[in-house]
Each structure stands twice: as C-alpha cells, then as structure tokens.
Design a protein around this ligand. Structure first.
Ligand code: NAD
Ligand code: MG
Length: 384
C-alpha cells in the first residue's frame, strides 16, 4: 500500500490523481490533502477519501470548512500546506499546486524524504538547480507527471543517458496554432480557455495557447533529465498522441504514445516502477489516421524563445520569466491586457532584471517578488 499526499487536490491534476486512486484502492491510500480555496469540492473529497491531515491555503475558506466539518482538524495557510507536504504517513507526494505557490511545499516534501510526483513545473522553472540538488541530497526520487516528461522518462528507462542525442517535446500548439499575429490581437480569455485536446486548469490552458507552457517544459526537461537547452527541441504535433521522443546517438528515436489523458502519466508516476491496468482508454491509431508534425512559429509565439533565452542565461532569469508570465496571464484572464501583451509584459520584465547567476532559495524568492512588482507596472502601462 502506498500512502499518498496531494498538494492541490481540487485542481485538474489533483482530481485526476484522486480518480486513479479511487480505481486502485487496494494499492493507494490518501493520507493528506491540501487545496487552495474551493471548499465545496474539497469537502466532498475529504468525505470520500478520509485523509488524516487536511489543509486549506486560504484562511477564510479554512474557517468556512471548519464550520461544515465539525470535529475535523483543518490546517490553514502556507504552514498548513507545508505540514501536508511533510506528513509523516505519506510515502509519495503529488505536487500539483499551480504556479510559484508550489515551490516551497515541493521543497518541504523533498526535505521530508518523500518521493515526489511533480506536476508543478513552475517549481522547477524557478529553482530547478536547488530542487534537484535537494532531491539528490535527500536521496529522493522526482517522478514527472507532466505528460511530455513522463514520455521522456518512459523512453529513457533502462537506457544509458550519456547516449541521448536530444529529446523532442511535442506540443499540441494550442487553439491558435493556425492564426496570424493580427488575429491574436482580438483573442479574449474565453477563446483561449478552449484547448483542443486537454482539459486543464486556467493558467496552464493560457500557457498552452501562448506556447509558454512548452517553454516552461523545456526548462523543466533540462533540470529533470540533466540536459542543456540545446538538446531539448520542440515540435508541434496537433493530435497530442506522441507525447514526446528521445533521439539516441545512433539516430534511433523512441516515442511514447497514448490517448491524451493525464491519468496515464499520473498512473505511471504513482505506480512506478510497475504499471497499472488500463488507467486510460486504449489507442486506436486506425481511427486517428495520421499524425502530423511541424516546427513551432517563434514569431507568432515569442514566449517559447523567451524561455530558451532564460534557461540559457540561467540564475534568476527563469524565475523572473515565470513570475512575469504568472502576472501577465492573470491580467489576461481578468481581461486587463490583450493576448499579445502577455509576451510584451514578460520581455519588459526580463529585460529590466539584473540576473543573479548563482542564487540561493532566498534570492530566487526575492527575484520572484521583484518580477511580480515590475510586471504589475507593465500590465498597468499596457492595460486596456
Ligand atoms: P488547477 O488550477 O486546476 O489546480 C491548482 C490547484 O492548486 C487547486 O487545487 C488549487 O486549489 C491549488 N492552489 C492554488 N493556489 C494555491 C496555494 N497558494 N496554496 C495551495 N494550493 C493552491 O491547475 P492544474 O491544471 O491542476 O495544474 C497544476 C499544476 O500541474 C500546474 O503547475 C500545471 O502546470 C501542472 N500541469 C497540469 C496539467 C493538467 O493537465 N492540468 C498537465 C501538466 C502539468
Ligand atoms: Mg505538458
């Protein structure tokens, strides 16, 4: 029996994880759950899975939940979330909080010696060096949950990592892959929230539409697989059937394919090194017919280039990129800036930053704070 703690259980990844657990009650037990503020769903999850430890980030939401669940201890705030991350009964922590809020709980889980299934890519973007060193020091396994990284992990299992020539992350391209720059001016949040292949949280759905998600994933891949950015390529593959590929030095490529369903990579991480029986529907290639690929358009989607530049610069640059993106996406979701303003806010913020090339955790958090303040100013300048 594996004991699982979930950070962000009410989100898209959290709900999919609980779905996998519900289908495999003989293998997995939920010992601790943490969520942000959606207490209606959280209350149902608590009733179904009876976790031993519960935390809600938002203090008012935590008080409201305490009134509903009399006699149940409910922790709150960052401290509560960190207690869930380090819960003594948990063997495995799913890190699925969205954004920079996931960084410290992820590090807490690693320091507590938990195996971490990482969905929260922003933690690796902000502080990949620190997170991976901490994992090494504490002899902790970090298992990818992101579908592309799960695909790469599955392709390199049992291979000699020094023989990897490059990896190729696939991207659906999002809903606007065939548009022009002019078309993108008029895009509203409700249009960008309609992803063609995946149903995900709001922030990552916008990141998919700008291709920043793929940029963040390039950085995530560099840290998870210890590869320089020159060895991480991106290909647009609108069908989202091949989740990524690895090319070896003999020019042989391995690819991982399955239906686009996050319960696949979640299951692989949860049950690693074993595989679960049928967590997702089977692939019927004859119905899909053809798989297509093309290079991403960096002019139409400059965020991807900005991410490559940030990881090449290193130090605090990726944390600043991430923070500016979070602010810009938040503003776009509130209809406060246009779709094409997202890369502008990021570029301006990154360009006004003086990079610290060897940051510790405090420096990363300070860069994140600084970048948010700057990005808010640029949002105001551009505001509609
Ligand atoms: P989501 O918005 O659906 O869910 C986010 C979860 O985090 C919710 O449970 C929310 O309550 C919680 N949360 C938010 N702020 C919090 C805070 N300050 N403290 C504690 N909890 C907080 O997001 P999602 O789509 O599930 O994505 C989660 C992470 O997984 C992101 O980093 C995303 O990039 C990554 N990811 C998601 C998918 C996907 O299919 N959804 C795929 C790959 C990677
Ligand atoms: Mg992904």
């Amino acid at each position: 029996m594996k004991n699982i703690a979930i950070l962000g259980s009410t989100g898209s990844i959290g709900r999919n994880t609980l779905d996998v657990i519900a289908q495999n009650r003989d293998r997995f037990r939920v010992t601790a759950l943490a969520a942000g503020s959606n207490i209606d769903l959280f209350e149902q999850q608590i009733k179904i899975f009876s976790p031993g430890l519960i935390a809600v980030a938002d203090k008012d939401a935590a008080s409201a939940l305490r009134k509903r669940l009399k006699g149940v201890e409910i922790l709150s705030g960052e401290e509560g979330i960190n207690r869930v991350a380090a819960h003594e009964e948990a063997d495995f922590v799913i890190s699925a909080i969205v954004g920079s809020a996931g960084l410290l709980p992820t590090i807490t889980a690693i320091k507590a010696g938990k195996t971490v299934g990482i969905a929260n890519k922003e933690a690796l973007v902000m502080a990949g060096d620190i997170v991976m060193k901490e994992a090494k020091k504490n002899k902790v396994k970090i298992l990818p949950v992101d579908s592309e990284h799960s695909a790469v992990a599955q392709c390199i299992e049992g291979q000699n990592s020094s023989e990897i020539r490059r990896i190729i992350l696939t991207a659906s391209g999002g809903p606007f892959v065939d548009r022009t720059k002019k078309d993108l001016h008029h895009i509203k949040a409700k249009d960008a929230l309609k992803h063609p292949n995946w149903s995900m949280g709001r922030k990552i759905t916008i990141d998919s539409a700008t291709l920043m998600n793929k940029g963040l994933e390039v950085i995530e891949a560099c840290w998870l697989f210890d590869l320089p950015p020159e060895k991480v390529d991106v290909l647009i593959h609108p069908q989202s059937i091949i989740h990524s590929l690895v090319e070896f030095k003999d020019r042989s490529c391995l690819a991982q394919m399955s239906m686009p369903d996050m319960r696949g990579p979640i299951s692989y991480a949860l049950s690693y090194p074993e595989r679960l029986a049928e967590p997702i529907p089977g692939l019927e290639l004859e119905k899909i017919g053809s798989l297509t690929f093309r290079k991403p358009d960096h002019d139409l989607f400059p965020c991807l280039s900005y991410a490559y530049e940030a990881i090449k610069t290193g130090g605090t640059a990726p944390a600043v990129l991430n923070a500016a993106n979070e602010i810009a996406v938040h503003a776009f979701l509130a209809d406060a800036v246009g779709f094409n303003d997202i890369p502008v806010v990021i570029k301006k913020t990154v360009e006004s930053h003086t990079v610290n090339t060897a940051p510790d955790l405090a420096d990363v958090l300070e860069a994140d704070r600084w970048a948010r303040e700057k990005a808010v100013l640029y949002v105001k300048e551009l505001g509609i």
